[in-house]
Design a protein around this ligand. Structure first.
Ligand SMILES: Cc1cc2nc3c(=O)[nH]c(=O)nc-3n(C[C@H](O)[C@H](O)[C@H](O)COP(=O)(O)O)c2cc1C
Length: 475
């Protein structure tokens, strides 16, 4: 059986872990699901949430599939307690892509129901408004497939789509994205760009779709590598494209030259509303789906948005830093830094100045990163508290911090500025904070429990049943 969204949810359920919460009580379609996610986060919980009863629709909605590193580990079928292994496993599989194959059965699950013409009604899908200030209802985790007319290569990327009518929806494509380049090529030749957006699949599809590479890079082959099995593709019903046969829903359509609509305000990933803009608009030609689909949603102004692409970015940074600092321990983009704007790097320092060198490698490899914190490898880069402790106890700002001003950065950063600094623009100020200890002199000894004692003490023997502070069942 192919790996898909429902097999992933079944595996989560079978794990009996805190990574899945299922909610039976009816929930309104708009605004509520995101509040439930925020409330769970306030308790330090970042599970996938399956809402079984969404008002106005028979389909369940799952959200939060990328909310934690533990869920990313589960998407790759790696032990979620071994955070450091997740990136290593991702990099190994990304380097071994498996080409997609054609679906060989009679009817692909995603084409059990086919709606075309007047039967198309985007509002029949449980698409929700996520935040009060959003301009409307958005599909936030659809994977859009299109084809480059020059190379013939298929491209996959995630774009948001605001519903604009029964058969019309927006498509917000940042001009730097491959899909935007491809749209430009179709329209320059006077042709519409055909698209197919699939919604609801195994999370590895989105992680693979966010992998970094040139335009010719085949994201579906990377997905196959991540899953350890080829993606099975089936021909669309109304456009000349192929889509994953085991998706839950597919929306087919075309973007004619000159087709635009407004988008936004929209609650963006960094926690602020983005301004309204004009974006290309898709004319929908078909909706195909399973008989009993599970709708996949994603809270865009929440850590799950950025976590989708974290492994692809961490892998790219790891390769680049290691070229210049071979004794690299690890690299992590933590959710506390909106994922893309803070970068933690650990090294086994062997040469004076190597901490700053690792920081420079990060800044030269990824324009979104604003603050790099380099630590020795006794610090756990997956633990913000440890990293901040290193900043507190191993840094004197005048020598350990280096600032680069007026560098290209993330345009969604509300503090970004232009060349005169009096107006908004694409530039930010970058900082390297080097917390690595000096090699040339003795540094204070760190207090740590003795290793044999640490290994021999089992918390469950001491913090168990009946202890209000304990959350383990005891034994
Ligand atoms: C959940 C999610 C939503 C995204 N939404 C958008 C979007 O609306 N517009 C956009 O330009 N990029 C968006 N991105 C980023 C692109 O999907 C990502 O950069 C992708 O690699 C682009 O692929 P492409 O360059 O091959 O087209 C989103 C990413 C994720 C994970």
């Amino acid at each position: 059986m192919a790996k898909d969204l429902r097999s992933f949810i079944d595996a989560l359920r079978a794990s009996r872990s805190a990574d899945l919460v299922e909610i039976e009580r009816q929930i309104p379609r708009d605004l509520y699901m995101t509040v439930i996610q925020e409330k769970l986060a306030k308790q330090g919980r970042y599970p996938a949430v399956l809402f079984r009863n969404v008002a106005g629709n028979r389909w369940p909605t799952v959200t939060g599939l990328f909310s934690s590193y533990s869920l990313l580990a589960r998407a790759l079928d790696v032990d979620p307690t071994e955070k450091g292994r997740v990136l290593a496993e991702y990099m190994k599989r990304e380097a071994n892509p498996i080409a997609p194959v054609s679906f060989s059965g009679r009817t692909a699950p995603v084409q059990e129901i086919v709606m075309t013409g007047d039967d198309i009604d985007l509002d029949s899908l449980p698409v929700q408004q996520h935040c009060a200030g959003d301009s409307g209802r958005y599909i936030t985790i659809g994977c859009m497939i299109c084809k480059d007319p020059v190379s013939g290569v298929t491209n996959v990327g995630t774009y948001r789509h605001e519903l604009k009518g029964r058969a019309r929806m927006g498509c917000m494509m940042n001009p730097v994205q491959h899909a935007a380049t491809i749209r430009g090529r179709h329209h320059a030749a006077g042709n519409a760009m055909e698209v197919a957006v699939f919604i609801g699949h195994h999370p590895a599809y989105h992680i693979g779709g966010a992998s970094r590479g040139p335009l010719e890079h085949d994201e579906l082959a990377v997905t196959g590598g991540l899953l350890g099995e080829p993606v099975e593709l089936v021909a669309c019903k109304t456009v000349d494209l192929k889509v994953p046969a085991y998706a839950e829903v597919v929306i087919e359509g075309r973007i004619p030259p000159g087709s635009f609509d407004n988008d936004g305000p929209f609650a963006e990933y960094a926690g602020y509303y983005g301004a309204p803009m004009n974006v290309p608009a898709i004319e929908v030609t078909a909706i195909t789906r399973r008989r009993d689909p599970i709708w996949h949603d994603l809270f865009p102004s929440f850590r799950e948005h950025t976590q989708v692409g974290v492994l692809g970015r961490e892998a790219q940074l790891y390769r680049r830093i290691r070229e210049i600092v071979p004794n690299l321990g690890g690299v992590h983009l933590p959710p506390s830094g909106a994922n893309f704007w803070h970068c933690y790097v650990s090294i086994r320092k062997r040469a004076q100045g190597e901490g700053k060198l690792a920081g420079l490698a990060v800044l030269g490899s990824n324009y979104d990163v604003k603050h790099v914190i380099v630590v020795d490898d006794d610090i756990d880069i997956y633990d913000d508290q440890e990293v901040l402790w290193a900043v507190a106890t191993r840094v004197q700002a005048d020598v350990d911090c280096s600032i680069v001003t007026n560098s290209f950065g993330a345009h969604l950063d509300p503090t970004a500025y232009g060349e005169t600094r009096s107006e908004r623009g694409p530039m930010t100020t970058k900082v390297i904070i080097d917390t690595t200890r000096p090699l040339s002199r003795q540094f204070a000894e760190r207090v740590r429990p003795a290793k044999d004692l640490w290994d021999s003490v089992d918390l469950r023997d001491y913090v168990g049943v009946g202890n209000p502070g304990g959350d383990n069942p005891g034994r």
